[in-house]
Design a protein around this ligand. Structure first.
Ligand code: HBI
Ligand code: FE
Length: 300
């Protein structure tokens, strides 16, 4: 299946990223090749094996409820029937990364942009940009959870607002997205880990190696969720995270992010950013990372 054309580059907190056409497109489901469906199947089976007892229960249950299976790439229209009934969210097809304001506007209106194309077989273990597997397998299941669904829509509204405030506000909000939606951990118990931690971040659940690393490696810090602390913290885009933040529940996430962020952005302006691997005296430390294998630079 043809890969889409990059139309421009956007300078963001993540560095220079390719930005695709902003239009909403119909998922060209009939055009997926046998290879495309096979890539989905291989990734799906491999991740489900890794994620039972590692991903939070809500995530795995939602995949089943939505009718995601390894058999074939799901149709957005099928997913939308279930999702719409559960939380009012709807999937829309896109070419890839969107400019931030477009992305926020979709979220604020409960539309989740899903990249229509899937990675090639030689990209099974790693792909730099979000593809269909990351977006659909990783992000969509938790949109079935009412609390998380509300959090994502509130995030979109906050994003539109931060965009109007300026680059620093936007950077703080992007860090929040990174350390929750993309790389968040949750306390849930009854899983494979004695410490009771599970994964909910989509950047982790769509990666076999990071799913194991995030929960089981000694290298990264695992620190209790703290909104302002997260908003100050730099992160890694090219390697495993040096720090993961742990929420107690989706309720906590929703409540902590409910207040107006405007005074927070003002406070943050007085403080410096925190390097990705640093532990502060004020942190609730669940695990202090050994730092093994960390690069000495490259935080963004
Ligand atoms: N566009 N399609 C898509 N998916 C994303 O996750 C995404 C995006 N544009 C911008 C963006 N993420 C980031 O800037 C987030 O921090 C908001
Ligand atoms: Fe993502």
């Amino acid at each position: 299946m043809n890969q889409p054309r990059r139309v421009e580059n956007l300078q963001t907190d993540k560095g220079k990223v390719p930005v695709y056409a902003t239009g909403v497109i119909e998922q060209p489901w009939g055009d997926y090749s046998a290879t495309d469906h096979d890539v989905w199947r291989r990734l799906y089976q491999r991740q489900r094996e890794v994620l039972v007892g590692r991903a939070c229960d809500e995530f795995l249950q939602a995949q089943d409820t939505m009718g995601m299976t390894p058999d074939r790439i799901p149709k957005f229209s099928d997913m939308n029937r279930v999702l719409g009934d559960a939380t009012g969210w709807r999937l829309i097809g896109v070419e890839g990364l969107l400019p931030e304001l477009d992305f926020f506007d979709h979220l604020a209106n409960r539309r989740f942009p899903v990249t229509w194309w899937i990675r090639r077989p030689d990209q099974i273990d790693y792909i730099e940009e979000p593809d269909l597997f990351h977006d659909l397998f990783g992000h969509v299941p938790l949109l079935m959870n009412p609390l998380f669904a509300d959090y994502m829509a509130a995030y979109g509204r906050g994003g539109v607002k931060a965009h109007g405030i300026g680059a620093d506000a936007l950077q703080a909000l992007t860090r929040l997205y990174w350390y929750t939606v993309e790389f968040g951990l949750i306390k849930q118990g009854n899983g494979r880990q004695a410490d009771g931690l599970r994964i909910y971040g989509s950047g982790i659940v769509s990666s076999k190696s990071e799913s194991i690393h995030a929960l089981e490696s000694d290298a990264p810090n695992r620190i209790g969720f703290d909104l302002e602390r997260i908003m100050r913290t730099r992160y890694r885009i090219d390697t495993f995270q040096k720090t993961y933040f742990v929420i107690d529940s989706f309720q906590q996430l929703m409540e902590a992010t409910a207040p107006d962020f405007t005074p927070i952005y003002a406070r943050l302006a007085e403080q410096g950013s925190v390097p990705a691997g640093e532990v502060l005296a004020s942190d609730t430390v669940l695990h202090r990372g050994s730092g093994e294998g960390w690069a000495t630079d490259g935080d963004v």
